[in-house]
Ligand binder design. Structure first.
Ligand code: MG
Length: 159
């Protein structure tokens, strides 16, 4: 058996009048990510981490933001697609660890639901998905509440 790791990162600007969707869950907040799809930074960074670990490119390769098919798309679909690509190459998802950075709102209370939604999309158990929340201590665009970002590391095994 061999093990491979992949890293993913994403950032979206936050604007009024957009739904805030993180980890497949809609959170009550007055701003949301600007993006072609639903702008779910956590799902996007996770998708890149998984694809990277498998050597399968990145989210833009598979879901170009010029394709009208993905306008407003639920980003959990990207994760489901990535899961299938991994399975085709005989990779199994061992663990996914993530940091989501946003000044507001508080994410921790929503983590159980996010882990459940992400685990379902990836066909794994929610204890294989670990989520952490950080603020940016008021510094830079994230600290001013103008953006949300996520970093994810994924570990895969193959037989
Ligand atoms: Mg994105």
């Amino acid at each position: 058996m061999s093990t491979r790791c992949g890293i993913g990162y994403d950032l979206h600007r936050l604007a009024e009048g957009r739904k805030l969707i993180v980890g497949g869950i809609e959170l009550p907040f007055d701003k949301g990510p600007v993006g072609h799809s639903d702008g779910d930074v956590l799902a996007h960074a996770m998708c890149d981490a998984l694809l990277g670990a498998a050597g399968l490119g990145d989210i833009g390769t598979h879901f170009p933001d010029t394709d009208p098919k993905w306008k407003g798309a639920n980003s959990l679909l990207f994760l489901e697609h990535a899961k299938n690509l991994l399975a085709d190459k005989n990779f199994a998802i061992e663990h996914v660890d993530a940091v989501v950075i946003t000044e507001k709102p508080k994410l921790g209370p929503h983590f159980p639901k996010m882990r459940e939604a992400l685990a379902k999309a990836l066909g794994v158990s929610s204890d294989q998905i670990h989520l952490k929340a950080k603020t940016n201590e008021g510094v830079d665009a994230i600290g001013r509440g103008e953006a949300i970002a996520a970093h994810v590391v994924a570990t895969l095994s193959s037989v």
